[in-house]
Design a protein around this ligand. Structure first.
Ligand SMILES: [Zn+2]
Ligand SMILES: [Zn+2]
Length: 821
């Protein structure tokens, strides 16, 4: 019998911790509550063994799961993520389990001997000549001591509400050793439970009322029949609504025909009002049919495979994968669909309910912790075999997984930009591999890496080159803004052509859309006297002027300040507002088209999923005929039916110091262009740029993904960028400049000794955003010919940083980094 267990805890350390099990018998993959330093933490058991650790092992406090929360495959997936992304296993497993709501953080306080003395002394002390503020604070401290003197221990919430003391004050008292704090956290059952009646013997019960246990009377038959009609189980509460005596159910239980269980309740437990899946008969063109057949063949083989479903915008990719998922559901297996963050509007969710009935669980970012936990349990119990969600839905605990679909697989929101820095698409591929499932990556503009994998035969390529009903692709007109500037003599937001085309559309009663992928009013505010640019106080980023809120805002850390009347540097009055954002576009459109009904979609106007939906429905209803916005309007699946798309400042992202800038620009332009065209009316796109010769612009103009890919892949090969190398960004950060420089220097020296091992290190250099959220930042770009070599070096580097006592949270390793800023 093993005496110890290893537990992965959510702390930034690359190790597990050994605990003595005592009388507990947790399974590998189950959560346990353990003491860690002065806290209580919940972690996941990774191993059971008999090896006595060198240090005295503490004992488990509680076992939170009777059954493993993570099964063997998910544990393996977690280990893979920790290894591949060099992330602490405990932090990976915490990300995989959305059950934080079931664990309640509780702190309790008690008064110490020194606290008693201080309290006693205060009673004999007269009032001193301190300031009133200090005196008030002192009074409050004594109030806390006084309160705690009355009892042994009190909850933090109670102390605070009884005395009005803040967290800082309690912290201060702990530091003075006047009071002591103890972590009394424990598991709480976040779930309401209901009693469920379960039919024990499903087959052959009804025929003539004969069962193994003897005859059934009419009342008993009613209950059995009711249970059979509901897949063998129903809440007891519902059975009580049947016209049978209350004792009938008890009799059935006594006879062993029905069993009662406590099950967590959730919002959908009403298996009676069941909305069954609707069989959709899609009408497919030959390309779609071939793609669907290929996917279904992969699913039926029960073998791991990856298909890249590449279809031009409007080619009906969604219908193909929904049909494949429906077939999976009908065959009794499970499927997961990942969508980008913006893809899950309430309308999209309603559609999915239409297709999959109650068998679908939808995981979006607006769920509360409790709701998230309830959905997790529902999936775990097998009640929802279709899971749709953003990035982390890839960890859904479905059984018998047959298919994972990643929609818009190129979307950057699949990459998590905090530890663990995993990519949802790549984790989906690995999960498919571990589960012997089919994986489908869908996009009109696949990531260069994915298309490369399809080209080299690693993935199967499924192409949809025709739009449904053979609708033509929109015509794209490129307007060179350099000429526009010469012609009009001043910097114009809109070209004459765009103005002309918008007016034509409005006159004809059609709708148009304008994209400027930058929010706010002016992106740069500078002083004409001394040239100073107004910067965020936490970041080396120019503050954006927001006219409606009359404030300056940092788009990276959220810092806000008032709009200055004078230059903070030289006190001159000549403050200049340069650069445009979506707010300014909207204002200028109002001026140019006073009769237009204009709506705007960006992060300032869209605070919740419902805001997004509201603007869109106004647009669909024709209450808005001109829609302005950031990339939200390009990505929103539901934005369609316009006859003109204008792109203002298409190329400002091309200037970013990032090797993916061209790819991102091409993708954004292609996606937004795809929104143009309604029914038989072909759409038109007016694309304004200062770089009309750039290949990203030119290939987007021709809707030529393959052409773009050929050009881009050559550049990647020359430069040894992915997919021709494995790449990681190593970022060193500290709020103290000296420290950031010192650590960077130490790591740089260490890397110098490793250059000959198949890895190239670029840097150290100042990160493109040198200061972010108060931290000074330096980075290295590390490229390896092979994945293993790269990860070995990075792992050794992390060991080195531990030896040098550089905190793990100050050295960020971002494997397959999407952003190098
Ligand atoms: Zn100035
Ligand atoms: Zn900032």
């Amino acid at each position: 019998m093993p005496l110890f267990c290893d537990v992965a805890l959510p702390v930034p350390l690359d190790m597990t911790f050994t605990y003595r099990m005592g009388d507990y018998r947790p399974a590998v993959g189950a959560r346990v509550l353990v003491p860690f330093r002065s806290e209580r933490l919940s972690g996941v058991v990774t191993a059971l063994h008999d090896r006595e650790p060198s240090m005295q092992a503490k004992s488990l406090l509680q076992v939170l799961d009777g059954e493993p929360a993570l099964d063997g495959t998910l544990m393996e997936l977690g280990q893979w993520i920790a290894h591949y992304y060099l992330a602490p296993l405990g932090e990976v497993l915490r990300t995989m389990l959305p059950l934080a709501a079931e664990f309640k953080k509780v702190k309790v306080y008690s008064i110490t001997e020194a606290g008693h003395e201080a309290l006693h002394a205060s009673a004999t002390l007269g009032s001193s000549r301190r300031s009133r503020l200090a005196a008030d604070a002192q009074m409050l401290e004594y109030a806390v001591l006084d309160y705690l003197a009355m009892s042994d221990e009190a909850l933090e919430t109670t102390v605070r509400s009884a005395t009005g003391a803040g967290r800082d004050m309690l912290e201060n008292l702990v530091r003075k050793k006047w009071i002591a704090r103890r972590d009394a956290s424990s598991a709480r059952d976040a779930r309401r439970t209901v009693q469920i009646a379960v039919l024990k013997e499903v087959s052959g019960t009804l025929a003539g009322g004969e069962t193994a246990a003897g005859k059934l009377n009419d009342n008993q038959k009613k209950i059995i029949g009711f249970l059979e009609a509901n897949r063998g189980n129903a809440p007891v509460e519902r059975i009580r609504e049947l016209p049978v005596p209350r004792t009938t159910l008890a009799t059935l239980v006594k006879r062993g025909l029905v069993e009662l269980r406590e099950e967590p309740a959730d919002f959908n437990v009403t298996s009676l009002k069941k909305l069954g899946p609707k069989h959709l008969d899609f009408i497919f063109n030959p390309e779609q049919k071939a793609a669907l057949e290929s996917i279904q063949k992969s699913v039926d083989e029960n073998k791991f495979s990856v298909s890249l479903l590449h279809g031009v915008t409007g080619s009906g990719k969604t219908a193909v994968y929904l049909a494949a998922m429906q077939a999976v559901l009908e065959s009794g297996r499970s499927a997961i669909l990942l969508v980008p963050e913006i893809g899950l509007t309430p309308a999209a969710a309603a559609n999915l309910h239409q297709v999959f009935g109650d068998e679908v669980a939808i995981l979006h970012s607006a769920l509360t912790g409790d709701e998230r936990a309830e959905q997790w349990h529902r999936i775990r119990r097998g009640e929802a075999r279709i899971v749709v969600g953003t990035r982390s839905a890839v960890f859904a605990p479905v059984d018998n997984l047959a298919l994972i679909v990643v929609d818009e697989e190129h979307d950057a929101s699949y990459k998590q930009e905090e530890t663990p820095r995993y990519h949802g698409r790549d984790v989906a591929v690995m999960r498919g591999k571990l589960s012997h499932a089919a994986v489908v990556l869908a996009s009109a503009t696949p990531a260069v890496e994915s298309y490369h994998n399809a080209h080299t035969g690693k993935y199967k390529l499924l192409e949809l080159q025709q739009r449904v009903e053979r609708r033509p692709l929109p015509e794209v007109e490129v307007v060179d803004m350099k000429f526009e500037f010469q012609r009009q003599g001043e910097d114009q937001l809109f070209s004459q052509q765009l103005v002309r085309e918008v007016s034509e559309r409005l006159e004809r009663g059609e709708q148009a859309m304008i994209l400027l992928n930058r929010r706010g009013y002016s992106s740069v505010v500078l002083c004409r006297s001394c040239g100073e640019v107004l910067q965020c106080k936490n970041c080396s980023i120019a503050l954006t002027f927001h006219k409606s809120g009359h404030r300056m805002e940092c788009h990276y850390c959220g810092y806000r300040q008032a709009v200055p009347q004078r230059c903070p540097g030289c006190d001159s009055e000549y403050i200049y507002f340069l650069g445009a954002g979506s707010e300014k576009v909207e204002e200028r459109l109002h001026a140019a088209f006073p009769q237009a009904r204009i709506g705007r979609l960006d992060r300032d106007t869209v605070r919740t999923r419902h805001d997004f939906e509201r603007v869109l429905s106004q647009f669909h209803a024709g209450e808005i005929n001109l829609l302005v916005g950031t990339q939200m309007i390009a990505k929103g699946h539901d934005v369609h039916g316009v006859t003109l798309v204008g792109v203002v400042g298409a190329d400002y992202a091309l200037g970013f110091p990032d090797f993916r800038a061209a790819e991102r620009t091409f993708q954004l332009l292609t996606q937004v262009a795809g929104r143009a065209g309604r029914g038989e009316t072909p759409g038109r796109v007016v694309l304004q740029t200062f770089h009309p010769d750039h290949y990203a612009i030119q290939f987007a103009q021709r809707h030529d993904y393959a052409g773009f890919y050929e050009k881009e892949i050559r550049y990647r090969r020359w430069m040894h960028y992915p997919p021709y190398s494995a790449l990681a960004n190593v970022l060193v950060r500290s709020d103290k400049l000296d420290q950031a420089l010192q650590w960077t220097g130490q790591i740089g020296k260490w890397f110098e000794g490793t250059r000959k091992e198949g890895v190239r290190v670029l840097g150290p250099s100042v990160a493109p955003i040198m200061r972010l959220k108060r931290d000074y930042r330096y980075h290295f770009i590390v490229k390896g010919a092979g994945r293993e070599k790269l990860n070995n070096i990075l792992r050794q580097m992390l060991v080195f940083t531990v030896e040098q006592k550089i905190p793990r949270t100050n050295v960020i390793v971002d494997v397959d980094a999407l952003s190098l800023l």
